[in-house]
Design a protein around this ligand. Structure first.
Ligand code: URP
Ligand code: ZN
Ligand code: ZN
Length: 477
């Protein structure tokens, strides 16, 4: 067999387990996996002493997002460079329609942001923000290759909020189209009431940025998840809870899954490794995100939820704001731009605090960071596993050697990191995307603009995919 590249001498995490094999790549695909592969014409990537894992999929990312009165600071150039350094080879962003935009226009806007800049492959979840206008555009978006949609249960002031009628109707469409609805689950009316009650000069002086956590108790997320799960249960539409942060949410999803409700859940790595003690820091306002970091008991429940497979995916919800942008708060927590950088540290945090601290095996980590996200988002088997026929997307990591997190040496545009000073293993020594080396010796070497948009024709764990394809007229009856 002829190869363009052979990855040699590594411990390779495959669907069959960890194996000491070579990986033969021809062009952009993996074409062979086995011992002692040879081709004198091939480039050799030596993975001696390293672990070779499938490229990571970060399926929850916001690049160049207009939000909270500013625009998130990582664009498709810096964001995808950051991802590459953290072994991420695919990301999924959220295309949000600006005022008056159709779903089609939202997708086109986001494609324009990515074009010429992206270093890694990408696609978008399509956000439905005005149900009556957007509902008849959903089927066309599926035909165009977008199979995941998103609704926010909060963010009225951004013009993004959906109500129960929209969620119910969208889930019916998801069922009929074989598509999936992602939901940001927080209970808007009670949250707004709690924010209003606490928005006084006295309380702001006393509690500062901690009010962000005080006004988002766990029941704000739990009630909203419960309601979204109800609409999934009665419609049969595939639901995916994004950035789940609470123990209560985990229990609700677990109970629903055991009743056969088609609900899946994602958490983000910051909910596993940080908690709301960050608000004791003088720069605690930097950590304001949405949903807010919770308590150590929530993190522990989420780790267990991952182990139990109640939580299928770990992502980042990357939404970077610089110190200057975060300073817009001027003592009023409701004005802090919400979100944190994350793409570069997803794999190192999960590897160091998950695998090295024995909370998960390396195979389990690869399922949560690669295989399950690819399967759930309709990108498998092209993405998500080291197997013949898949895209040659690989990350090569050292099993133990640690690097100090230092924003000055990172690829993202943030001038801070929630993990600054932490020592983490699992940064990519080498990242390979569709056969191209894009990170070499921990440095980004790939060409911007090489990333490709990824069309999809399914999503979720649809039991009978052909039924869904028939329903939307894509297969002959
Ligand atoms: O704080 C965050 N994560 N901002 C991004 C928007 C969202 O809700 O995902
Ligand atoms: Zn959200
Ligand atoms: Zn988000």
């Amino acid at each position: 067999m002829s190869f363009t590249r052979i990855v040699k001498n590594g411990s390779v995490v495959t669907p069959e387990g960890v194996r000491n094999v070579d990986i033969g790549i021809d062009g952009d695909k993996i074409t062979a996996i086995g011992p002692d592969l040879d081709d004198t014409a091939a480039e050799i990537t030596d993975a001696e002493g390293h672990i070779v894992i499938p490229g990571v999929l970060d399926v929850h990312v916001h690049l160049e997002l207009p939000f909270c009165g500013t625009t998130s600071a990582d664009d498709y150039r810096s964001g995808t460079r950051a991802g590459a350094r953290g072994g991420v080879t695919t990301l999924i962003d959220f295309a949000i329609p600006y005022a008056g935009d159709s779903l089609q226009q939202a997708a086109d806007n986001w494609l324009a942001k990515a074009r010429g800049k992206a270093l890694i492959d990408y696609t978008f979840h399509i956000c439905i923000t005005r149900w009556d206008e957007h509902k008849d555009q959903i089927a066309d978006m599926v035909k165009r290759g977008f199979t995941t949609f998103k609704e926010f249960m909060i963010y009225e002031s951004e013009g993004w909020q959906s109500d129960d009628r929209a969620m119910f109707g969208t889930l019916e469409k998801m069922r009929d189209l074989g598509a999936m609805l992602l939901v940001h689950a927080e209970s808007a009316r009670v949250l707004d009431e709690l924010i209003a009650r606490h928005h006084t000069p006295e309380l702001m002086k006393k509690w500062g940025a901690r009010l962000h956590a005080i006004t988002r108790p766990n029941f704000i997320e739990a009630e909203a998840i419960q309601r979204a799960v109800m609409w999934s249960e009665v419609t049969g539409g595939q639901l995916y809870i994004v950035h789940m942060s609470t123990a209560e949410g985990t229990e609700i999803v677990k109970a629903a899954q055991s009743r056969g409700v088609p609900v899946l859940a994602e958490t983000c790595v910051q909910y596993l490794v940080l908690d709301d003690m960050v608000f004791d820091r003088p720069d605690g306002h930097l950590y304001a995100c949405c949903p807010q970091l919770k308590k150590p008991a929530d993190s522990e429940r989420l780790w267990r939820g991952l182990k139990e497979d109640v939580v299928s995916v770990i992502s980042t919800d990357t939404c970077t704001f610089t110190r200057e942008q975060k300073a817009m708060w001027e003592g009023d927590w409701t004005k802090i731009p919400m979100g944190m950088p994350g793409l570069e540290t997803l794999l190192p945090l999960t590897y160091t605090h998950g695998v090295l601290e024995n909370r998960m095996t390396i195979e389990e980590m690869c399922r949560k960071l690669s295989t399950a996200p690819a399967q759930i988002m309709g990108l498998y088997p092209r993405k998500g596993a080291i197997q013949v026929g898949a895209d040659a997307d690989l990350a090569i990591i050292h099993p133990t050697s640690k690097i100090e997190v230092d924003p000055a040496t990172m690829e993202g545009n943030a001038d801070w990191s929630p993990f600054e000073g932490w020592h983490l293993a699992g940064f990519a020594r080498t990242t390979i995307s569709r056969g191209d080396v894009i990170v070499d010796d921990y440095k980004v070497v790939g060409k911007e603009g090489r990333g490709q948009w990824l069309p999809r024709d399914t999503a979720g764990l649809v039991p009978d995919r052909s039924r869904a394809l028939h329903a939307r007229g894509m297969l002959a009856t």
